[in-house]
Design a protein around this ligand. Structure first.
Ligand SMILES: C[S@@+](CC[C@H](N)C(=O)[O-])C[C@H]1O[C@@H](n2cnc3c(N)ncnc32)[C@H](O)[C@@H]1O
Length: 270
């Protein structure tokens, strides 16, 4: 009965019965739960307040060193698994690279989910943010997944001896146009700016500069037959398909998010 009362109280504070229930699932001490609900009511993201959050089959530590992994990004893993299972490049010594890894969500999920099907030689987690890489390393240790952490900008973060040897390249780069910032919710202010916003590209596509960098370098990083999966904004998908085609990638396809909106592309090195 007492728990129902606290649940109601927290639900009132945060304006959501579901969020109140999540808080009580993880936090036993009523005072700590109230304090979390209070900070949530002030706009802080629940994921940061709770400190961990599920992503597909794994539980990740999340804090303000990196972006909170979004449900739509689970689709990047889904697409990568489906594309990889079609041709199985690197089956005996699979090399995976996650560019802009943040918490490590995509690369670590792939490591966990593919470990039963392939012999994984290496997982490269790359980010320009040392703080994000530190968090990705902590998540890797907690999950018992062996990774290499590399600080650098997109493909420049891939060690030179690995260029041309990546079988599965995944990335969720920042893709929100800087011009859209004033329209966005206050919650995003708690996440690292560099995880969210991207400059417009050389072709003037809003927020597309980082996606373009990932696409432009993909062929140099990929092994023959290697697969690339990139998440992006809906308006960027047709431009990304065309840019990838021009760069020499093949078997290009767009994929949708769970709401049915175009959300990324999959391609392959010839
Ligand atoms: C949208 S977040 C994605 C984080 C994580 N992969 C996910 O899906 O939850 C983009 C990530 O790219 C990183 N990033 C931004 N600019 C970068 C660059 N030039 N090179 C490498 N990583 C970069 C950010 O630090 C951030 O971790």
């Amino acid at each position: 009965m007492a728990e129902t009362t606290l649940l109601d109280e927290l639900a009132q504070m945060v304006g959501s019965a579901r969020e109140a229930a999540w808080i009580l699932e993880q936090i036993e001490d009523p005072e700590v739960a109230r304090s979390i609900a209070h900070r949530r009511a002030m706009g802080q993201p629940l994921q940061y307040l709770l400190g961990s959050w599920p992503f597909r089959t794994i539980e990740l530590t999340v804090d303000d060193r990196a972006l909170i992994p979004r449900p739509e990004t689970e689709q990047v893993v889904e697409q990568a698994l489906a594309a990889w299972r079609r041709t199985r490049p690197g089956l005996e010594a699979l090399v995976i690279a996650d560019l802009g890894t943040g918490t490590g969500a995509i690369g670590l999920s792939l490591g966990v989910e593919l470990s039963a099907e392939a012999s994984i030689e290496r997982i490269l987690l790359v980010d320009l943010s040392p703080a994000a890489l530190e968090l990705a390393g902590e998540n890797a240790r907690l999950l018992g997944v062996e990774v290499e952490l590399h600080c650098g900008s997109w493909h420049e973060g891939v060690p030179s001896e690995r260029l041309g040897g990546i079988h599965l390249l995944v990335s969720n780069p920042p893709y929100v146009a800087v011009a859209d910032e004033p329209m966005l919710g206050v919650e995003l202010a708690y996440e690292p700016r560099m995880a969210l916003f991207a400059a417009d590209a050389d072709d003037a596509t809003p927020g597309f500069a980082d996606v373009a960098s990932v696409i432009d370098g993909a062929l140099d990083s990929l092994a023959p037959g290697g697969i690339v999966v990139v998440e992006m904004a809906e308006h960027q998908v047709p431009v990304a398909l065309e840019r990838s085609r021009s760069s020499g990638l093949v078997d290009l396809e767009a994929f949708d998010d769970l709401a049915g909106h175009p959300r990324g592309i999959v391609g392959r090195a010839p």
